[in-house]
Design a protein. Structure first.
Length: 471
């Protein structure tokens, strides 16, 4: 146990029941100490008025009123008061349950801004505590991070320090008229003016608390007392979204509605604040209209079943045979145009070769044995082959030479009939002696020069018509 001089002398009266351990913190007119109850060994927090205020009657009355107020409060989100102990003949001590988690201020200093979920949970817990107090006619008037404790086990938030709390009706004012009591950064404009306050003042302080939980910045930081008081009355805090872009709409709307300067336009009750703090889906999404069961008449005659999704296609395995077949098809595809082009060229040039010019009378052609015969076409038109040519056989070459018959007298009419031609040339042809230097006769037909079956046949007929006996 520490030395006795480390604690106020008035607390020596509690040494019989409590073991004082250390000081936890100090407030405006009181200090809180950690102690252990000797009977049970449980840790408690003892709140006692500071020695400098023992001679201040207003401070003593205010502390006594706080003791009476918290003695009647019993809520899961309010630090529980276990006992009220008398210290000497002038003061009392408030014995409270010890919350090992620390305050919200400690949490902000160590970890910075709260997450949206944590902020909503803390605001909900504190609002429930304030709603409970408001229904009992008590206004806290000092809601701030230093007065909100966080339970280590479940993260539950607990409201404490009802030191300047007062009843809305019935309490005799202790503060001088027009004077303000509280922390300026979290006081409502009407509280700064020293006017009568109600639960809406605590709602404004709750909104400032939520603003700091999300931004991690103390409101009006860096301003002196008079600057804070002026801005608290006439200026708005910066928008939360300018310091933290992503905030749930319901949380943002609830906090901004609590920070309205005019209390007539502010949330009028804690229940209204909680209603906006809680996300409430639209009625269309929240509940569906009841659908009557279908009747027998409306029963469908055909029921469709949803088709099962198609199975994933199996990967195709390409074999060597398929590869060869593919290459062959590509080669055929390339050769097909060439074949078409070749066929077209063949047809064009074959047609030109068939376009034969009509034979001239002086054209010559040689037979297979070297003889020359006259054009059979001319003699076929005259109708007499024997009178048109003479036959001569060369003894040296064994070839037969054909020479033309003597010229006929010109006639006025061309004889087209074979009978008339035979009458005009009825004398038999006399064979001429063989001669080597005899001029050659015209070729029976130009078609003899073409090595085709049809042309050779025509050539053969021409030689037969010319009486080529050897052929």
């Amino acid at each position: 146990m520490p030395a006795d001089h480390e604690f106020p002398t008035d607390l020596q009266a509690l040494q019989r029941d409590y073991e004082l351990i250390r000081e936890l913190g100090q407030g405006g007119m009181a200090a809180v100490y950690l102690a252990r109850r000797r009977e049970t060994g449980a840790l408690v927090a003892i709140k006692a008025i500071r020695a400098r205020y023992l001679d201040d009657p207003d401070a003593l009355r205010r502390f006594a009123r706080e003791a009476r107020t918290v003695a009647d409060l019993n809520h899961p989100n309010i630090v529980r008061t276990e006992a009220i102990e008398q210290i000497g003949d002038r003061a009392v001590a408030i014995i409270m349950a010890y919350v090992p988690g620390g305050t919200v201020r400690n949490r902000l200093r160590e970890y910075g801004p709260f997450s949206a979920e944590e902020c909503e949970r803390v605001l909900r817990d504190v609002a429930n505590a304030l709603g409970y107090a408001h229904r009992r006619g008590i206004v806290h008037r000092d809601v701030k991070p230093e007065n909100v404790f966080l339970e280590t086990r479940d993260g539950r938030a607990l409201l404490s320090d009802f030191g300047i709390a007062r009843r809305i009706e019935g309490d005799v004012p202790i503060t001088q008229l027009g004077a303000a009591v509280g922390t300026p950064q979290y006081m409502s404009p009407e509280q700064i003016d020293g006017r009568a306050v109600d639960g809406r003042s605590d709602i404004y302080s709750l909104g400032v608390l939520g603003w700091e939980l999300l931004t991690g910045v103390q409101p009006w930081a860096g301003e002196n007392l008079y600057g804070v008081i002026y801005k608290q009355k006439h200026e708005e805090l910066p928008r939360i979204t300018s310091l933290r872009p992503r905030v749930p709409a319901n949380l943002l709307f609830a906090i901004e509605g609590a920070l309205v300067k005019d209390r007539e336009k502010r949330w009028q009750s804690v229940d209204e604040f909680l209603r906006h703090l809680t996300y409430d889906p639209p009625p269309v999404l929240a509940k569906r209209e009841a659908v009557a069961p279908p009747s027998a008449e409306d029963e469908p005659t055909i029921r469709f079943r949803r088709a099962a999704p198609d199975p994933a296609p199996e990967p195709k395995v390409t074999s060597r045979k398929n590869v060869r077949r593919r290459r062959l098809m590509r080669a055929l595809a390339l050769l097909a145009p060439l074949a078409v082009a070749g066929t077209a060229l063949y047809v064009v040039f074959d047609g030109r070769s068939r376009n034969v010019v009509a034979p001239q009378p002086n054209e010559t052609s040689r037979s297979s044995n070297g003889g020359v015969a006259a054009d059979s076409e001319r003699f076929r038109d005259s109708g007499s082959v024997a009178s048109a040519t003479t036959q001569a056989v060369s003894p040296s070459t064994g070839s037969t030479d054909l020479k033309p018959a003597p010229p006929r007298a010109p006639s006025t009419k061309r004889e087209t009939s074979g009978v008339k031609a035979s009458r005009a040339d009825s004398s038999p042809a006399t064979p001429a002696p063989p001669s080597r230097n005899r001029p050659t006769m015209p070729v029976p037909s130009p078609r003899c020069r073409i090595a085709r079956m049809a042309d050779q046949r025509a050539c053969l007929l021409a030689y037969i018509a010319a009486n080529d006996a050897q052929l």
